[in-house]
Design a protein around this ligand. Sequence first.
Ligand code: F3S
Length: 274
Amino acid sequence: MQVKLAESYGFCFGVKRAIRMAESHEGSVTFGPLIHNPQEIDRLKQGFNVGLADSLDEIKDNSEVVIRTHGITKTDLNILKSKTDKVVDATCPFVTKPQEICAQMSSYGYDIVIFGDENHPEVKGVKSYATTKVVVVLKPEELLGAELGDKVAVVSQTTRKASEFLAIVNFLIPRHKETRVFNTICNATGDNQDAARELAKEVDIMIIVGGKHSSNTKQLLDICKSICDNSYLIETEQDLELTWFENKKICGVTAGASTPDWVIDAVYKKIKEI
Ligand code: F3S
């Protein structure tokens, strides 16, 4: 059996970076879960004594605190800094960027439009950096009656679709004297999907590793299934079934954005044995 890994799979750059930072600060606590993967959080706890604080109240004075990839609000950051000067900022640079844009464009007098989900921690953090009027929308219709000024700057939540961002931009341009557009969409999810699509064309069987409830993992399964009938979603190597591999020569492997490398490695090894 030949086993091929997708060109891009699993954890994105921002998550890998945050994990490395947490690992190099043994005994620290993260403010909120560092990433959405309980096994990985547990591994950091067991191997590196990295704890988890769900609120600022749980953070002891002078402790070492790692900020999660989604970032936090400016107010929370200030409170955190008043409790400790040992803050390790693992906010993904792709999230820091729209935070900085909001602060800067506000200082130039632009009102801010954020395309995203206003309940998402990333968006709450980005929004907190605006000092002029700021609105968060998912659809252009939500901008009706927003009463924004002549000068508007628009950013996107990192995980949104470009086509939907464009709809917001198209709505704003004819209605304002000046619209500054900042494409802050991150391509990590799209890169994993493109790579899975390419690999599925070359193989007899595709294995997608990830949480059964993870939406980006299910998207990968759908993409692979539309190209390769023999596509299967598994959580660990124990879910692999021998019959899937009968008369198959090439197996492709990809993984969702919240699947740790060590889970993928175990699957890879097991398929090689088969
Ligand atoms: Fe990951 Fe950062 Fe993009 S955390 S999904 S690389 S915004």
